[in-house]
Structure formats: structure tokens, C-alpha cells
Design a protein around this ligand. Structure first.
Ligand SMILES: [Zn+2]
Ligand SMILES: [Zn+2]
Length: 288
């Protein structure tokens, strides 16, 4: 199970929607995708624990995606954080200069990495097509391995050590019979979430996000604007990507402040890809 919290679903300048920030939560591991201005304020005001963020992945250095990061790190230090923070994206110079200029040094170690993985998730970047260097992220749940407890019970095997060995992929001798893991193990493919950050419609995004359970794609404008000229996408472009990459659901994000209502964007996307939605700030989605 993965939860995605939509903290800021706008883009460019703040509007009724906040600037880009998305929190992906998987079994106590919290990953923040982008950190626009105001992100920490929104999170703190709405009881979302900023201390629990383990990984922050920034797509690019445009202000609307990154200027919430230096103050967030300063607050984590004021709260006395000791735990290491992993940061993906090209932000080392920005952070170090901002720390120096504001006479601040973090109370915890920052580990600048290109990708991240632990026992339950993996985060990898992919290049997008924007007006400056920018990358999206794929968050994948590791394959889940469960033992077919029903079958073992039917066969009278209840010893947890046998269950554990089979789960670890080891063959087990039981009452003269050889138990083979493949016969008792049920593998379930992990969930895949793709976040583009800012991008025009392009092939490399389509191939990177293929078969995602959830795609969060740039949908800054409606079709009457030539979004590609600005390195952005229309809702219709996002739907096109969703179709061509075979994703299950499409979330339209980075909505321009010019749209007081998201209806025109949603209508445009739904014509091509019915499983589209426009998340509002402070909403969330649970994926199983
Ligand atoms: Zn942006
Ligand atoms: Zn941008």
C-alpha cells in the first residue's frame, strides 16, 4: 500500500493551489517530491509530520519547485533532527550557499544521492523535456513475497521456521519430503508511481513512466495554449502520454493559476483518458 498526499498541486506562481510538493508514504518511509515555497507551512498547519521525511527528490531548479527546501531543512534542525536525510536532484550548491549566507549549519547529515533504495522502495530519476535540465522520478515498491500459508496449513506444516526458510527462497526437508519455495511462495508485483515534474510531451517520458499504477503528469495548460513552447504540457498531452505508456491512472498536476476551476483541464484529459483526475491541495490517494 502506498499513500500519496497532494500538498501543492499548482505551478509557476501560487494561486488557490500551492506550489509543487507531493508526499509519498510507504510503511513509515516518507518521500517528498519537490518542495515549492510554503511547503513546510502547509504541512505543519495540517498536521503532516515534517520530521518523518526520509528522502526529498527535487526535479529541477526553477523556484516554484525548490525554494521551500532551505527553510524546511532549517526547521528540521530547529526541531533537533539527528536522522540522516537523503536528497536527490541537483540542489547541493543551492543548499550549501544558502546555509552559508544565512549562517546556518544542519544538525543532521545530508546525503546527496542520484537514486535511493531500501528494503521496501526504490526511487530512480529519468530526464524530462523542460526548458532547463529537469528530471522526473519513478517510485517503485519492491516485489512482495508471501508464503501460501493456506497450502502449508492444509499439508499440516505450521512451523514458522519452515515458513521463514521458504520465504527466503530456501528448500526445506520436512518429514522426508523436500519442500520447494516456488510451490509455496506467492509473488506480487510492487506498485509503480511516476512523477514528471515539469515537462513537455515527449518520448523519453512516455517510455520511463510505462505501466505505472499512478502517473502524475505536468498539465499546466489547456489545448488553446502552445504548452510545449514553455516546456510544459496541456491536459490533453498528459492524457496522450497516459494512453501511450499504458498507465492505470492519471493525476493532472502543476495547474496554472489562470484556471480558477480545473474543469476544462479535466474535461480535456477525460476525452482521451477517462481514468484522469485533478487532485486538490490537501487531498490524498491510497494505492493497493
Ligand atoms: Zn514548475
Ligand atoms: Zn520548471
Amino acid at each position: 500500500m502506498i499513500n500519496v498526499f497532494f500538498i501543492g498541486t499548482g505551478g509557476g506562481a501560487p494561486s488557490v493551489r500551492g506550489l509543487p510538493a507531493y508526499l509519498v508514504r510507504k510503511e513509515g518511509i516518507n518521500v517528498l517530491l519537490d518542495c515549492g515555497e510554503g511547503t513546510q507551512i502547509t504541512m505543519i498547519r495540517h498536521g503532516i509530520n515534517i520530521m518523518s521525511i526520509k528522502v526529498i527528490a527535487i526535479t529541477h531548479l526553477h523556484a516554484d519547485h525548490v525554494l521551500g527546501l532551505p527553510p524546511l531543512i532549517q526547521t528540521l534542525s530547529m526541531y533537533g533532527r539527528k536522522e540522516k536525510l537523503y536528497i536527490l536532484g541537483d540542489v547541493k550548491k543551492l543548499l550549501e550557499e544558502s546555509f552559508e549566507d544565512t549562517h546556518f549549519s544542519p544538525t543532521f547529515e545530508i546525503n546527496y544521492v542520484n537514486s535511493y533504495q531500501d528494503t521496501s522502495i526504490k526511487i530512480t530519476p529519468f530526464p524530462t523535456c523542460h526548458v532547463i535540465k529537469s528530471q522526473g522520478y519513478i517510485i517503485e515498491e519492491k516485489e512482495r513475497i508471501n508464503v501460501d500459508a493456506e497450502r502449508l496449513k492444509k499439508e499440516g506444516i505450521t512451523d514458522w521456521k519452515i515458513l521463514r526458510s521458504l520465504k527466503e527462497g530456501k528448500e526445506v526437508e520436512y518429514e522426508g519430503k523436500k519442500l520447494i519455495p516456488e510451490d509455496y511462495v506467492i509473488k506480487k508485483k510492487g506498485l509503480k508511481i511516476a512523477y514528471t515534474g515539469d515537462t513537455a510531451i515527449c518520448e523519453r517520458v512516455i517510455s520511463a513512466v510505462s505501466s505505472s499504477d499512478l502517473l502524475l503528469h505536468d498539465s499546466t495548460f489547456t489545448m488553446d495554449i502552445n504548452a510545449s513552447d514553455y516546456g510544459h504540457s496541456t491536459a490533453s498531452d498528459a492524457a496522450e502520454v497516459a494512453i501511450n505508456s499504458g498507465v492505470k491512472r492519471l493525476g493532472l498536476i502543476h495547474i496554472s493559476g489562470r484556471y480558477k476551476s480545473a474543469e476544462p483541464l479535466l474535461e480535456e484529459a477525460m476525452k482521451k483518458f477517462p481514468k484522469s483526475f485533478v487532485p486538490n491541495d490537501l487531498s490524498y490517494i491510497i494505492l493497493h
